[in-house]
Ligand binder design. Structure first.
Ligand code: SPD
Length: 357
């Protein structure tokens, strides 16, 4: 009898251990299937309450993982061994993922809320007809700065950042295209330039900026700038909006030499297990009230026309974060420069980071 009890207890312990191991795998390796949905998004890029609301409404359990660059996200998805159901790449990454057959087509008949997206954000060249991607947020790259810390000085151009008065005052977002783009734009080159001589010139110019660069950082850039740890930051517009919500002394400018207009869209990676759930989630995020709640929480600009009605006027009418088409038409969208050129941009950016250290 005692032996039977021991055997029974051993089975219970093994079963509990197995359950624990499986749940650990679910949360760490992007396992999805059954009634779960694995979402792979940028850090600080969703209101967590919306995840809970989606889980309650759909009965689907969400496993949520984050990345901090398009490059890291693409490498992980291309490597396989993960089953992300929804991811949120930027435009040039979407074009590259399509080329590498990493995306599943989207069934628009399952997205009745797609009608709320402003047509300005649909049918863009990186994904004509939105066969593979649905708009999530959009914005620009620019400079957020604290006039008080700069004795009233106004910043208007990339070249202002090389000023001697900015020693150790600049924080840069940790993005290869953003930093290389800043170097290229400061020389009046395109931020999609592929001429080796221009890229080398941009890298040399960036190296000269290092005395002014305090750090190259991820999402913590928002907290550091809001707390006045540095006077200037090169950031995505949505981060600027969030920082300015914390510290209203700061201002945001898109530099006069030009800059980047970007689009982050929701996609269904090739390895998705829960395609039905992925469509449900995408449609949920397209709901105008949900889109407005998300935009207000993260600070980024929503492409959802109807959602603008649910946002406070001071957000929806702020032209720094919702610039009109005549302004955005002058900006450049990153192109997919091909595997080798994108790797080269990354290498140059890494060399710049090493030079900084
Ligand atoms: N913390 C959220 C960051 C999202 C930034 N996406 C912008 C991509 C521009 N290529």
């Amino acid at each position: 009898m005692k032996q039977l009890v021991r055997a029974f207890l051993a089975i219970v312990v093994i079963a509990l251990l197995l359950q624990y191991v499986i749940s650990e795998m679910n949360s760490s390796e992007g396992y999805s299937g059954g009634n779960t949905l694995t979402i792979y998004n940028w850090g600080d890029y969703i209101d967590p309450e919306l995840i809970t609301k989606f889980e309650k409404e759909s009965g689907i359990k969400v496993i949520y993982q984050t990345f901090d660059s398009n490059e890291a996200m693409m490498t992980k998805i291309a490597q396989g061994g993960t089953t992300f159901d929804v991811a949120v790449p930027s435009e040039y990454a979407i074009s590259k993922m399509k080329e590498e057959h990493l995306l599943k087509p989207i069934d628009q008949s399952k997205l009745p809320n797609l009608k709320y997206i402003n047509h300005r954000f649909l049918n863009l060249s990186f994904d004509p007809s939105n066969k593979y991607s649905i708009p999530y947020f959009w914005g620009t790259v620019g400079i957020v700065y604290n006039p008080d810390m700069l004795h009233g000085k106004k910043i208007t151009s990339w070249n202002d950042l090389w000023g001697k008065d900015l020693k150790n005052q600049i924080l840069l977002a940790d993005g290869a295209r953003e930093v290389m783009g800043m170097g290229l734009n400061s020389l009046h080159y395109s931020l999609n330039d592929t001429k080796e001589a221009h890229l080398q010139q941009a890298k040399q110019k960036l190296d000269k900026l290092t005395p002014n660069v305090k750090a190259i950082v991820g999402d913590e850039i928002k907290m550091l700038l809001a707390n006045e740890e540095a006077a200037v930051g090169v950031v995505w517009s949505g981060d600027a909006s969030e920082i300015m919500g914390e510290n209203d002394k700061l201002d945001y400018v898109v530099p006069e030499e030009g800059s980047n207009l970007w689009f982050d869209n929701m996609v269904i990676p090739k390895t998705a297990n829960n395609v039905e759930g992925a469509h449900k989630f995408i449609n949920f995020m397209l709901d105008p009230k949900n889109a407005a709640q998300n935009a207000e929480y993260v600070g980024y600009s929503t492409p959802n026309e109807k959602a603008l009605n649910y946002l406070p006027k001071e957000i929806a009418e702020d032209k720094r974060f919702y610039p009109d088409p005549d302004v955005t038409d002058k900006l450049e969208v990153y192109q997919n420069l091909g595997k080798r050129m994108l790797a080269h941009y990354n290498e140059l950016f890494l060399e710049f980071k090493m030079h900084k250290k």
